[in-house]
Design a binder for this molecule. Sequence first.
Ligand SMILES: [Ca+2]
Ligand SMILES: [Ca+2]
Length: 387
Amino acid sequence: MSGKVILSTVALVSAIGVLIFAVAAPTDSGVDPTVPVAESDPENPNNGSTGSSKSSDVIVDEPHPTPKGMVWIPGGSFVMGNDESKQQDEKPAHEVTVDGFWMDETEVTNAQFLEFTEATGYITVAERKPKREEFAGLIDDISKIPEENLVPGSICFNPNFDRKMVEQAKKESPNWPYHIWQYRQGANWRMPDGPDSTLEGRLDHPVVHVSWTDAVEYCKWAGKRLPTEAEWEKASRGGAKRDTYPWGNEQMPDGKWMQNIWQGEFPYDNKLLDGFEATAPVKSFPPNKFGLYDMSGNVWEWCFDFYRPDYYEHSPSRDPFGPAESFDPQEPGIPKRVQRGGSFMCSSNYCIGYRCSSRMKGEPVAGSFHCGFRCVLTPEEYKLAAK
Ligand SMILES: [Ca+2]
Ligand SMILES: [Ca+2]
């Protein structure tokens, strides 16, 4: 498949994303159970950003017995972002206070997602056939969309990418990774590598090819919600204020790999020094001090928040949950939600997404082979669920 075809296919997926998002995304009205609980303040001077204006005491101590499979993240303040980063969207570093909450100790696994689909019959976005009319208004002439493109599928790594084309694209555009991704027909969470693959031997791996909207549906079923970006970073830091990684500042303490990432030059040479080429079973590496596994690497994790690179410039300091709308300069016009933690595809010469402060973004209706999620629950939501 040529790079041009890959690009056009990815563009097709993007267009689907825009459309479905417009219909499926929940509002930030505060009535949706997946939206973080916080007071709204129409007089909030934060340029349309959302977050809590409450001044009540921070919830620090765990108020109820720990829900199964979760750990308590004590409330408090931490420094969010990183002024030393090469990535502008991590700046400025700013102090944020969040209330205590519970977080899943691992990424949601295939076994857990299977339980959800068996209980609800839920079909993920990647399993649904895109409809031609869904592109009306987004593409000049929808009759020109090749029928063979209107098939269910998801984004995978293309190991047969054209190296020359990648080299050239790197010089021209931050979107050069389009040349190494491939829209693979039939790829979805049940068949992570495409139609010939299965979940055999992978039930304890993180679920992948789930969109943000799929993740939200899982959360509703589980009585939980997606973490805010601030909650995610607070949890990732394990109680430390400015460490680079969830375990400290040294990437390989005692010479040991602490995360499933990509060793070697991306995307040409994966040396597999951590033992895993793609997803690893959850809990393959030590937890951070809060007891959370794989907060660095394995798979990216969806957060609730819309993505904006400039959000930290005017973020509320108490329980922020993202801007009112998203903006990604790399793909203006396509809504984006935040992803955190990096994946098995992250290397030191590319996204370095496995640091506590790293930010990523994705179309809410598009899953991929290296993105999953985990859930959180606050004491207030715990009480609401118990009623
Ligand atoms: Ca690896
Ligand atoms: Ca992860």
